[in-house]
Ligand binder design. Sequence first.
Ligand code: LLP
Length: 417
Amino acid sequence: MNHFMYKADELYAEDVSIKDIVAKVGSPAYIYSHATLERHFKAFDDAFAGMPHTICYSLKANSNQSVLKTFFNLGGGVDIVSGGELYRSLKAGVDPAKVVYSGVGKRDEEIEYALNTGILMFNVESEQELTRISEIASRMGKKAGIAIRVNPDVDPGTHPYITTGLKNAKFGITIDRAMDEYTRAATLPGIDIIGIDMHIGSQLTKVNPFVDSIEKLKLMIAKLRSQGIDLGYFDCGGGLGIQYNAEEPPLPADYGKEIVAATKDLGMHLIFEPGRNLVGNAGILVSTCLFTKARDEKNFIMIDAGMNDLARPALYDSFHGVLPVRKDQDGMIVADIVGPICESGDFLVKGREVPMFRQGDLMAFMSAGAYGFAMSSSYNSRPRVAEVMVKGGAFEVVRERETVEDLIRGEKTASFL
Ligand code: LLP
């Protein structure tokens, strides 16, 4: 069931017309469907119904408090990569025992914060980090639960910027070094080895890279067990892709079937860190056509959202479908849909057939719930846009549109000026 659909010629989010939302909150705005968030979480959760598991939502994809609360209400935890993400998660009411902490650059204060919070485990990404965590935990009279993020050297077949599990990537500890690090971890006073972790990339549209990586890690688990090091948690990371355009990613149920088949004999508690899969198709970015211009060689549609609001097309050349909020355009046109930012890379659509939008028309960029608002900035001094959540026939602003005062909050004129 798609919760962004037309009723007559008007685009709706669940039972609310997008036009009505924009009339109230202005344009541009991110709009999230609560029913879609719930459906995606449950589909992922159901895929592992037969196994002990925890879904640790990767909040870097969309860290809005209401999105987090939606998943926590369903029993989710989080995969964090900073003290800021831990703070957000705690504010939204996460159970600390369902927090895993990934990332190659954890600072001392962040490690302390996580230890004080009592998170489940650190996914350790380097030899030096392991030493550091042990030192800090010992000083605090604690033991840190850890997994080693093993870089399995498997190609996930996705965009190079979001490929993380090849051995030339900065992530994790390479598979040939990981055994030694586990052995060393077992001797460190501040460390409690509880798991193993992988995350090989994002927007994967095939299951086999996941399974191939799991198989490699299973060999390690067997060796570790033979050395008396027993691991309770297997963190399979995130990365399951979604449909933006013509991709055909596996359904969570199909992904689940293969992962369960590969892991069920281990007797381990599975952890997953999905981001995009839960939120990507639960959000849209709505924007207004400001102007159009036709040139011999090209048509341009200028809108009030730019690369600062949705960076993915500029960064990864990624595809976001675009739909008219009211279907009353006179046919289609090949055009670039561009933002107000003073850069040629500021486009949301490049050379694609789109409805012939006119001044004042509203349009929706689809599949914008993941890495949309979360990657937005105020570049060109453009206040970040509002975020709205819809549930049935109701909607609420879940993040106010920033104001121009917000833009200079914390700035000051130096006293010597
Ligand atoms: N776990 C770890 C350790 C990660 O680094 C990531 C994403 C995830 C889980 C969640 O991955 P997902 O399930 O969302 O694929 N900005 C890019 C995506 C960057 C992904 C970064 N890491 C984009 O817009 O496509």
